[in-house]
Design a protein around this ligand. Structure first.
Ligand code: B12
Ligand code: SF4
Length: 430
């Protein structure tokens, strides 16, 4: 038997920038590791190589987020025309089964760990069921070990320590997908996985690697001797915990990604993220910087309380506080969220083109600006922020601090400069 696992290409602006961060999604190496050894498995990430539809497979598995769902459906159609069975997994088929099912032989709803082997067995006899759903959430002891051979030279390694998120923001689908139970891997398993990959940069895919500070501290202590460089996502509130930040830095943390979202508390209240406090951001950013860790801030635009001034205000904030790297996105309400329901009721939603649900386009009519103004404001902000002048100002600390010459481990300076350059190159086509 021969299986193909695919990550569909993400189309749209700025794709070249994020290859290093956008390694092949961890779901695909996990599926390969869950597959019995006597079955041949090929992984194709369409962001790096094209699919050859004439190569024959018995089963094709595709990992699908909403914004790549149109491409995933095209891929399914091509393979099914050739008689190949196709299964979708990930957020799109789980949250929108009715949209996925007409195009595939089967979907895996939720996690794969306890059902993937059943899919393979049924595919062998061409008797796939329509939906596979595990009766329980996976015990993270059962998440397989990933050999470093699964990743190519250009990619960072993806490792997970936890699954889920203890919060439930209105626009987000993580808690709907993974439920309210926040799960941890055994620290020893994390250490073993990190040790396997410690010759390369590691990206922890957790939604919030510090969500359980006690556990995170233990992980950081245990991986510190491995001399790695890593980055991960956290919520900025955790910057108040100095010990946590110290241990993160000692364990090789070079950059933390934080969903800062907006500088306006009313906007945060609007989407159920009232626990974030923008007035505290400057102090928190400074505390991260004090440990020589870069801050990658993510901002969203198009809230009900946003006006056209928001773009300039955000630029000023990022420059004043030397936010090292930033992601600027239009809010996109996902089906099932309160935000989606409200906009739909008010007739303000543009549905139909799922490719636009990737944060780079208006997907609804904002309250205090037109959709065109939102798109234009975003474009302006990207170009200003990744201009030579802004990069130089924001990264001036690193340019003179000597850690750029560090050998072995990737240094914070190297990382921040390389990523800013990559983003600068990408915004040319915005
Ligand atoms: C790490 C991460 C990233 C990383 C790395 C992305 C990458 N290429 O791997 C970065 C930061 C670069 C990123 C970028 C983006 N991301 Co992201 N990301 C995540 C995050 C936090 C974890 C993903 C992960 O690796 N989890 C661990 C793996 C093991 O879990 P999993 O993918 O769910 O896979 C399991 C099951 O779903 C299932 N499964 C998955 N695929 C398949 C396929 C088959 C065939 C089968 C059988 C089973 C199966 O089996 C797996 C094992 O149980 C998730 C949130 C989350 N908690 O899931 C968001 C998330 C996936 N991202 C999201 C988004 C929107 C984006 C961006 C568009 C953001 C932006 N505005 O730019 C980009 C797009 C990137 C792209 N290539 O298209 C959304 C997707 C929303 C949706 N409903 O479609 C999520 C859910 C976050 C959210 N807040 O809603 N992301
Ligand atoms: S946006 Fe972030 S903090 Fe909020 S529920 Fe989603 S993953 Fe959790």
């Amino acid at each position: 038997m021969k299986i193909l696992l695919v990550n569909p290409i993400r189309e749209g602006r700025g794709q070249s920038a994020v290859r290093f961060m956008n390694s092949t999604p961890l779901a695909l190496p996990i599926l390969k590791a869950l597959t019995p050894d006597d079955i041949e498995v090929k992984i194709v990430d369409e962001n790096i190589e094209s699919l050859n539809f004439d190569e024959t497979f018995d089963l094709v598995g595709v990992t699908v987020m909403l914004h790549v769902s149109q491409r995933a459906i095209e891929i399914a159609s091509e393979y099914r025309k050739r008689g190949t069975q196709v299964v979708f997994g990930g957020f799109f088929p789980t949250l929108w089964p009715d949209k996925a099912l007409p195009h595939v032989d089967a979907i895996v709803s939720g996690e794969a760990e306890y059902v993937w082997r059943d899919v393979i067995e049924d595919a062998k006899t061409r008797s796939l069921k329509k939906i596979y759903r595990a009766s329980q959430m996976a015990d993270l002891k059962d998440v397989p070990f990933i050999s470093k051979d699964f990743y190519t030279e250009q990619e960072s390694y993806h490792v997970e320590t936890t699954r889920g998120c203890p919060y439930h923001c209105d626009y987000c689908s993580v808690t709907t997908f993974y439920g309210n139970k926040f799960r941890h891997r055994e620290v020893d398993d994390v250490v073993k996985q990190v040790a396997e990959c410690n010759d390369r940069f590691i990206f922890f895919v957790d939604d919030n690697i510090t969500a359980n500070p006690k556990y995170a501290k233990q992980v950081f202590k245990e991986i510190a001797p491995l001399n790695i460089s890593w980055s991960g996502q956290f919520s900025i509130n955790f910057a108040k915990d100095g010990e946590l930040l110290d241990l993160a830095a000692e364990s090789g943390c070079k950059m933390l990604f934080a969903g800062l979202e907006t500088l306006n508390s009313d906007c945060l209240n609007e989407v159920g993220k009232e626990w974030a406090v923008p007035s505290k951001y400057p102090e928190f950013i400074q505390r991260v910087h004090d440990r020589n860790i870069g801050v990658y801030g993510s901002f969203m635009f198009g809230f009900e309380n946003d006006t056209k001034d928001v773009f300039k205000q955000t630029l000023d904030f990022c420059e004043e506080n030397q936010v090292d790297l930033a992601l600027f996105g239009a809010m996109y309400p996902l089906e099932g969220s309160n935000t989606y329901k409200k906009l739909k009721e008010e007739g303000r939603l543009f549905e139909g083109n799922s490719k636009k649900f990737n944060g780079q386009y208006s997907t609804y009519i904002p309250k205090n600006m037109t959709p065109e103004e939102l798109d234009e404001g975003l474009r302006w902000l990207w170009k200003q922020y990744y201009s030579k002048k802004s990069i130089k100002n924001r990264l001036s600390n690193y340019l003179g601090n000597g850690d750029i010459l560090s050998e072995g481990r990737t240094s914070t300076s190297q990382l921040m400069i390389a990523l800013n350059m990559a983003f600068k190159a990408a915004v040319v086509d915005f």
